[in-house]
Design a protein around this ligand. Structure first.
Ligand SMILES: NC(=O)c1ccc[n+]([C@@H]2O[C@H](COP(=O)([O-])OP(=O)(O)OC[C@H]3O[C@@H](n4cnc5c(N)ncnc54)[C@H](OP(=O)(O)O)[C@@H]3O)[C@@H](O)[C@H]2O)c1
Length: 355
């Protein structure tokens, strides 16, 4: 029997994808590593092998559907049937819409949106006949709430959301055991902000609060193994942006007009001629982290809660059951008062258990 999970990760050479490689490797997976830069991929391969897993370096551009399909074929041949496919690769252009070009929109859409579609098609082609497997779409709070200066990226994330909801319904329609889920990430400390093409006058930064890529990696790993759940919001900032946008979208348009430019830039002018990764990868192994280690959080309470929903549910159930029993055993209360008492007791027990 096969003991190692077979996983494919796009964007495996750097950032959140690289952190996810480490997380899956730590759990003993064999991994197909997709990105363009060979040095980053080789670094990721060494990390998987150090954990005892097998790794396959697959240097390709996710905007090339045929290359993605050939990679999936190679993974199945060399590592075995694919259990999990993680779509993570991204690029962006930090720029106001009025300065963007048609080619830039096309490129960002082809990498960020179509790259996910191509990966999902190749995964489904293999998972559906076996009726098992899970697909993780690494999303963003910006899939719901666009921000200024990142229109092409935000639109791609919205597009993924649209694609994924259709697919999820189709899988239900077909009673499939293949699952797809989306993880709406908060701001992460990844190399993105130092290599994405930028027209901003100052250096780009993730909009605080910033989380370490390991938080993203843990969310991806958990989502891959609980992919029946529709979506994951691994930080309070994701929850706020997503629900805030549902309730007060117009107000947020105005708010972001005021604060959204500065929030995406930090001290120091950007070098207008610095190289970027829009069309080609940059040389070197850039690893998982960006330059914001001293400002980034390694823990997210929301992620903890998201990954302990069953525990919280069980705690609530125990709390309510205990309250119900003790209340009904007490004589002399009206049924209404008893119900109120059960509710209050249950709440107290839940708070105590989750503190
Ligand atoms: N960082 C954040 O604040 C943040 C927030 C919310 C969501 N996210 C999401 O998290 C995911 C990872 O983002 P990140 O910040 O880790 O990005 P990142 O640091 O820029 O890393 C991007 C990864 O994608 C690969 N890549 C870029 N273009 C590619 C292409 N055309 N073909 C194949 N691979 C390509 C890069 O490797 P090569 O250059 O070697 O190809 C790299 O491995 C994305 O889906 C992003 O939307 C990030």
């Amino acid at each position: 029997m096969r003991s190692r999970e077979v996983v494919v990760i796009t964007g495996a050479s750097a950032g959140a994808g690289r952190a996810a490689v480490r997380e899956f490797a730590r759990h003993g997976a064999s991994i197909g590593l997709i990105a363009r830069g060979r040095e980053g991929l080789e670094g990721a391969r060494r990390e998987v092998e150090a954990c005892g897993g097998k790794a396959l370096v697959l240097p390709l551009d996710v905007a090339d559907a045929a290359a993605v399909e050939a990679a999936a074929e190679q993974v199945e041949k060399e590592l075995g049937p694919i259990d999990i496919w993680v779509n993570d690769a991204m690029t962006s252009v930090f720029s106001p819409v009025k300065e963007m070009t048609a080619e830039e929109y096309k490129r960002v859409t082809e990498v960020c949106y179509l790259g996910y579609v191509y990966g999902t098609i190749s995964a489904l082609k293999r998972m559906l006949p076996r009726d098992r497997g899970s697909i993780v779409l690494v999303g963003s709070a910006l899939a719901y709430r666009s921000i200024p200066l990142q229109s092409a990226y935000c639109a791609s994330k919205h597009a993924i959301l649209g694609f994924y909801a259709s697919l999820r319904s189709e899988l239900f329609h077909d009673h499939s055991n293949v699952h797809v889920t989306m993880v709406q990430m908060p701001a992460l400390n990844t190399p993105q902000f130092g290599w994405v093409k930028s027209r901003l006058p100052h250096k780009a930064q993730p909009v605080p609060p910033i989380y370490q890529p390991e938080v993203a990696a843990r969310a991806i790993y958990y989502a891959a193994h609980h992919a029946e759940r529709r979506e994951y919001y691994p930080a309070w900032s994701s929850v706020k942006a997503i629900y805030g946008n549902k309730i007060i979208p117009s107000l947020l348009d105005h708010y972001l007009a005021r604060v959204g430019y500065d929030a995406q830039q930090h001290d120091g002018p950007e070098d207008p001629s610095r190289p970027n990764n829009l069309w080609e990868p940059l040389p070197g192994d850039h690893g998982a982290h960006g330059t914001f280690d001293n400002r980034a959080r390694s823990h997210s309470t929301e992620l903890w809660a998201e990954t302990h929903v069953n525990l919280l549910g069980a705690a609530a159930l125990v709390g309510f059951a205990a309250a119900a029993v003790s209340s009904f055993l007490k004589p002399g209360r009206s049924p209404r008062r008893k119900l109120h008492h059960i509710w209050q007791q249950g709440k107290r027990q839940l708070l105590r258990k989750t503190a």
